[in-house]
Ligand binder design. Structure first.
Ligand code: 0GY
Length: 289
């Protein structure tokens, strides 16, 4: 695998929606720079560099204040690129790491000092080779105070994820709502099953993210809006929003980040819902201290 892919728009539009001051982009990544932070030997895709300078320029262009940087699978369990970006953010970024389940307490503490506030368990077979649930639960038991677990899976395995999620001993954040088929509508089987998961504990949060991945019709992402707006209204204190920049693996349809931001007022239709989605909720999880 030698081709370096580019999955981000070179000139994203300026959104019409102006995020409230202090808004957090709570799901984004950095790639590299590879010369300093090489990709994992088991990476399933090899992107061009998309480092912190580009990320922070996008943050400013879109009108956001903070970022939550999620360790991308192409960097494996080497979190140095994520930590480097957090370190360069002047306190305006925090992160989610991917760790070897045998990680020591000392290494976890170092990640905490570096701005990490959670770890991610990725169950997508196209992204990772192994997802050992028993080892994941063991490491989730040893996390520093106020950390949480981010879980990434697709709707076809939601049923088998339920027991695992029930046993996670800290708050849980589900990436991209577990990737429902939004064309089924707000009462379709995927969203219904996902609501049942949210109802199974009061500390499961979710990212109402990735219209570009979930709604192939593209902007204005009508199916995504129809399915997700009721979720934001029914779980206003448990939703997060993010760009997903640099959109790993989206090289065939480069999402325009400005259009993604313009989805926000369609799924969070009042200023209060927008404040919760973009400020109160992510601040509670990532800047509790
Ligand atoms: C996302 C989605 C994807 C990739 C990763 O860590 C990753 O490589 O998260 C994907 O390909 O669906 O959240 O960025």
């Amino acid at each position: 695998m030698t081709e370096r892919i580019i999955s981000w728009h070179a000139h994203p539009s300026k959104p019409k929606f102006i995020p409230p001051p202090g808004a957090v982009d709570a799901h984004c990544h950095v790639f590299g720079p590879q010369a300093q932070f090489p990709f994992s030997p088991s990476a399933k895709y090899l992107p061009e560099d998309a480092g912190p300078e580009k990320l922070f320029a996008l943050r400013d262009h879109l009108g956001f204040s903070r970022n939550v940087i999620v360790q991308a699978s192409c960097h494996g369990t080497d979190n140095r690129a994520t930590l480097d970006a957090i370190n360069k953010s002047a306190g305006m970024a925090r992160g989610v790491a991917v760790v070897d389940p045998d990680i020591s307490y000392g290494e976890l503490d170092a990640l905490h000092q570096g701005g990490i506030r959670g770890i991610r368990f990725n169950f997508l077979k196209r992204l990772v080779d192994n997802a050992p649930k028993d080892k994941f639960l063991a490491v989730a038991d040893r996390l520093p105070k106020d950390w949480h677990v981010v879980v990434y899976f697709e709707a076809d395995i939601l049923a088998e994820m339920r027991e695992f999620i029930a046993h996670i001993p800290v708050p849980v954040v589900v990436d991209h709502m577990g990737r429902p088929d939004v064309s089924q509508g707000p009462e379709g089987p995927d969203i219904t099953a996902f609501r049942e998961l949210l109802d199974s504990r009061d500390d499961i949060w979710t990212k109402v993210t990735c219209p570009d991945r979930l709604d192939p019709a593209g902007p204005p992402y009508a199916d995504f809006v129809a399915a997700v707006r009721p979720l934001v209204e029914d779980y206003p204190g448990r939703v997060l929003w993010g760009t997903d920049w640099p959109h790993p693996n989206m090289q065939d349809i480069l999402p325009d980040d400005g259009s993604l931001v313009d989805v926000i007022p369609q799924i969070a239709v009042t200023a209060e819902l927008q404040r919760k989605l973009l400020i109160d909720n992510p601040m509670q999880l990532y800047w509790p201290d």
